[in-house]
Design a protein around this ligand. Structure first.
Ligand code: SF4
Ligand code: SF4
Length: 456
């Protein structure tokens, strides 16, 4: 009865008190959350103990400061209500950030391109001592690389984040040398940012990267002082991360090893591939559990990426307390994988890649689509069913289980809001240059639409 009467705000407060050390023992952490409805009653997980702290690493080249190996990606913050337009839920975000800091997470990664994230992150973090956390944000000058606009973007970042300096500043999502030149060199932006670094307004300067092995090689050989680089790295992309718009080789292993050889600290993005590796098929889940019985599929993916010694920080875009607590548990009981574990995961990657996938990480950079297509939503339906081995093949209607697959696909597809499915795509290509994964979005939309039509 008492549980049911607890308001959401009271539950959040109870959670904060537990995290602040005014309540003893970890069981008090889960109870108010369950009572609040923020966590399912039947959710099974190992709660971190009150004193659990995520592990840290430090880098001589970065002044030896202590950086949590788990970083909070602030791109997928929780919202009040469903729908991408719903406002961010500041109460829950505050609670998550308090809990993260309490458990030793000190690296918070955001960007102007993440909607209202910088403002929400700034609001939550500014309730704490500035020296207790590290802010990473970016220059998301995708649509306007004019120097004046870039300066305004940087000034807004400081304002939104309620700070007068940024600890880790990234040139956002460089896709090629050409892209780098256009957005950061030809417009005079790089000298401006380097000057800010001299003044201490930017403490460390790096870039995030979505391109080929050859492009990264060229970038790190240029005479710029890159203090860190952010790359996509996970066990599925380790051996092969095909670029959709180019045949140039790309794989996490080569990207990582190039940076390690140059002693450039590596920040990892997409360690769980936009959440896909947390929700692998039940068959794959079983295989992972056989080898890693104490880790969830997400924990396996995070541990894989973080086991490499050149990794400075692994970002996880956490959307709720469950994910945060589970991640805190993984990183406060962190045991790096060895070679045999990694070999096992290469086999899992082969199984995973055996199913068709559109490599969408749900980053939403492509949105909004002028015709209202829910691009990541459409791809999530397709990939989800592929992971569950439930993609129907209309060219093989006699296949065992075809009717069940068809029904499941159409039911799931119907959950997309009206007029937002693949049929609404007019192939205008507006989304194409925005996708860091270089997915040929219009072609994939046509493929999904054709599949639906052929199901009949
Ligand atoms: S190509 Fe299709 S999905 Fe992309 S922006 Fe145009 S209508 Fe939207
Ligand atoms: S299609 Fe590309 S840009 Fe759009 S959400 Fe997926 S990965 Fe991000």
């Amino acid at each position: 009865m008492e549980k049911k009467n607890m308001s959401r705000r009271e539950a959040i407060r109870a959670m904060v008190l537990a995290g602040a050390g005014l309540a003893a023992g970890h069981s008090l952490v889960g109870a108010p959350l369950r009572a609040s409805g923020l966590m399912p009653e039947d959710w099974k997980f190992t709660e971190p103990a009150k004193g659990d702290q995520v592990i840290h690493r430090s880098w001589k080249s970065l002044g030896g400061e202590s950086i949590s190996l788990l970083g909070m990606g602030c791109m997928r913050f929780p919202r009040k209500g469903s729908g991408r337009r719903a406002p961010l839920d500041q109460d829950v975000i505050n609670m998550m950030i308090d809990y993260a800091l309490e458990h030793g997470i000190n690296y918070f990664d955001t960007a102007p391109a993440y909607g209202d994230s910088e403002r929400a992150t700034g609001e939550a973090l500014s309730r704490h001592k500035r020296g207790d956390y590290l802010i990473a944000t970016k220059m998301s000058n995708f649509s306007n690389a004019d120097l004046g606009a870039c300066k305004t973007m940087f000034a807004n970042s400081l304002k939104n984040l309620r700070t007068d300096y940024v600890d880790y500043f990234l040139l956002h999502s460089i896709g090629s040398v050409d892209d780098f030149r256009k957005r950061f060199v030809d417009n005079g932006l790089l000298p401006y940012l380097q000057d800010l670094r001299k003044k201490g307004t930017i403490r460390h300067l790096g870039f995030s990267f979505h391109g080929s092995n050859a492009a990264l090689k060229a970038l790190i050989e240029m005479p710029y002082e890159w203090e860190f680089v952010q790359i996509q790295m996970n066990y599925v992309d380790w051996k092969n991360m095909p670029l959709e718009d180019s045949d140039e080789p790309c794989d996490s292993e080569t990207l990582y090893k190039m940076l390690e050889a140059k002693n450039i600290p590596v920040v990892i993005m997409e360690p769980i591939r936009g959440g896909a590796l947390a929700n692998v098929s039940s068959g794959l889940q079983g295989r992972l559990a056989e080898r890693f019985p104490t880790l969830s599929p997400a924990g396996v993916a995070l541990t894989f990426a973080s086991s490499y010694p050149g990794v400075m920080c692994t970002l996880s875009g956490m959307s709720n307390m469950q994910q945060l607590m589970e991640n805190v548990y993984t990183f406060s009981h962190f045991k790096p994988f060895g070679e045999a574990d990694n070999e096992y995961l290469m086999e899992m990657a082969r199984l995973y890649n055996g199913n068709p996938h559109i490599p969408c990480t749900a980053c939403r950079y492509c949105m909004p689509c002028p015709r209202g297509v829910d691009i990541p939503g459409v791809f999530a339906v397709y990939n989800g069913l592929s992971d569950e081995l439930m993609l129907p093949d209309p060219s093989n209607k006699r296949e065992k289980g075809y009717k069940e697959k068809k029904k499941k696909f159409l039911t799931r597809y119907a959950t997309l809001a009206k007029d937002t499915d693949a049929s609404a795509c007019v192939m205008c290509n507006a989304c194409l240059p925005k996708c860091p994964q270089r997915i040929r979005i219009p072609e994939q939309m046509r493929m999904v639409h054709k599949l639906v039509k052929n199901l009949g």
